[in-house]
Write a protein that binds this ligand. Structure first.
Ligand SMILES: *Cc1c(COP(=O)(O)O)cnc(C)c1O
Length: 342
C-alpha cells in the first residue's frame, strides 16, 4: 500500500492537532460524576450558551448523546417519528428499541428532510391499540441525506406542528456546526425549536472523543440519570472536554474550508467518465456519488493507492472532508479516482 493521500471515509478520522493536545494537557480536572471537573463544567456552560439552553451534559459519543436524550423524552411503548435514513434508526444498533423500548415511524422526504404535513401523518390516534407518538427527531445536517442542511423555516414548521400536538422535538446535531456555517443561521436559532439537541465534537470539529446533549434542566437531569445507567458517566473527562472547548473556539469557522473542499472534490469527479454526482446536492462536507462499476471494488483499488472512501451501496460511494485534508490532497484523490475508474 502506498502512502496515505486522503482518508475521506469520514470526518471522524481526524487526529487532535498539537495545539489541541496542549489544551488537553493543560485542562484542570476533577471527578465529573461528582460534578467536580472544572473543564467539563466549562464546556457544558459553553454548550448551553451556544444553544440557548438551561443545562447540558458531556457524553462519550454521538450515539449516546442521541440515546440518552431519546430515553429522557420517552417511556417504553412510545413511538419516535424520524426519517427512514436517520442515524438514530440506521446506525445506532437498534438503540431506540433496545434502550428506550420505542418503535419508530418514518416521515419520508428527499435528502432526509420532511415537512410538517408528512410528520403529522405519522402521529398516532390516542387509542389503546397504538403506541404513543412522543418525539419527532430531526438530523441537521443530514448524513445519509448527503450532508443536507434543514432550512430553519422548515424546522420551525415541523416543530410548531409537533408542539401543537404535545410532541417533543429532538435534534441530532452531530454536524450542527456544519449547518450553522453553511447557512449562517445560529446554533441557538436552530435549537429553540427543540427540547433536546446534541453536538459531536469528534466529527468535523476535530476533537478525539465526545458529544454533548443540551435542553431544559428537568430533561437534562433525567438524561444524566440514563447516562449513568448506560455507562457513559466519566470521571476526569475534562481531558476530553478540553479538546471540545478548543474545537468550539478554534475549529468552527474553518468548517467552511471543508465545505469548499467537498465542492472542489465533487466538481473534480463530476468530470470523470463513469461517475455521477449531483453538484446541487453538495451543501456541506459530504459528497455521495454513483459509479458504473462495483463501488466496493473501486474503494478497494483506491485504498491501495492511499485514497480511502466508503462504499455505502453497490454503486454508491461517500467522501467526507475534514481538517486533515487540504486542497492538494483533494486534487490528488480526484486524479486517483479517474485512474482507478478508467
Ligand atoms: C456520527 C453521527 C452520530 C454519532 O456517532 P458516534 O460515532 O456515536 O459518535 C450521530 N448522528 C449522526 C448524524 C452522525 O453522523
Amino acid at each position: 500500500m502506498g502512502p496515505l493521500i486522503a482518508d475521506l471515509r469520514s470526518d471522524t478520522v481526524t487526529r487532535p492537532t498539537a495545539a489541541m493536545r496542549e489544551a488537553m494537557m493543560r485542562a484542570p480536572l476533577g471527578d465529573d460524576v461528582l460534578g467536580d471537573d472544572p473543564t467539563v463544567n466549562a464546556l457544558c456552560e459553553k454548550v448551553c450558551e451556544l444553544f440557548g439552553k438551561e443545562a447540558a451534559i458531556f457524553v462519550p459519543s454521538g450515539t449516546m448523546a442521541n440515546q440518552v436524550a431519546l430515553r429522557a423524552l420517552t417511556e417504553p411503548g412510545d413511538e419516535i417519528v424520524c426519517h427512514e435514513l436517520s442515524h438514530i434508526y440506521q446506525y445506532e444498533g437498534g438503540a431506540p428499541a433496545a434502550l428506550s423500548g420505542c418503535s419508530v415511524a418514518f416521515a419520508a422526504g428527499a435528502r432526509g428532510i420532511f415537512d410538517a404535513r408528512t410528520m403529522e401523518a405519522c402521529v398516532r390516534p390516542i387509542d389503546d391499540h397504538d403506541p404513543v407518538t412522543k418525539v419527532v427527531s430531526i438530523e441537521n445536517t443530514h448524513n445519509r441525506g448527503g450532508g443536507s442542511v434543514w432550512p430553519v423555516e422548515k424546522i420551525a414548521e415541523v416543530s410548531a406542528a409537533a408542539r401543537a400536538r404535545g410532541l417533543k422535538m429532538h435534534l441530532d446535531g452531530a454536524r450542527i456546526m456544519n449547518a450553522v456555517v453553511a447557512s449562517g443561521v445560529s446554533a441557538a436559532a436552530y435549537a429553540r425549536h427543540f427540547d433536546t439537541v446534541t453536538i459531536c465534537f469528534s466529527k468535523g470539529l476535530g476533537a478525539p472523543v465526545g458529544s454533548a446533549v443540551a435542553g431544559d434542566a428537568g430533561t437534562i437531569r433525567r438524561a444524566k440519570r440514563f447516562r449513568k445507567m448506560f455507562g457513559g458517566a466519566m470521571r476526569q473527562s475534562g481531558v476530553l472536554a478540553g479538546a471540545a472547548i478548543y474545537a468550539l473556539e478554534r475549529h468552527v469557522e474553518r468548517l467552511a474550508e471543508d465545505h469548499a473542499h467537498a465542492r472542489r472534490f465533487a466538481e473534480g469527479i463530476a468530470g470523470v467518465r463513469g461517475v455521477r454526482v449531483d453538484l446541487g446536492n453538495v451543501e456541506t462536507n459530504i459528497v455521495y456519488f454513483e459509479v458504473d462499476g462495483d463501488a466496493g471494488a473501486l474503494c478497494g483499488r483506491l485504498d491501495a493507492q492511499g485514497v480511502r472512501l466508503l462504499a455505502l451501496g453497490p454503486r454508491t460511494v461517500r467522501a467526507v472532508t475534514h481538517l486533515d485534508v487540504d486542497g492538494e490532497s483533494i486534487d490528488r484523490a480526484v486524479r486517483a479516482i479517474a485512474v482507478a475508474i478508467g
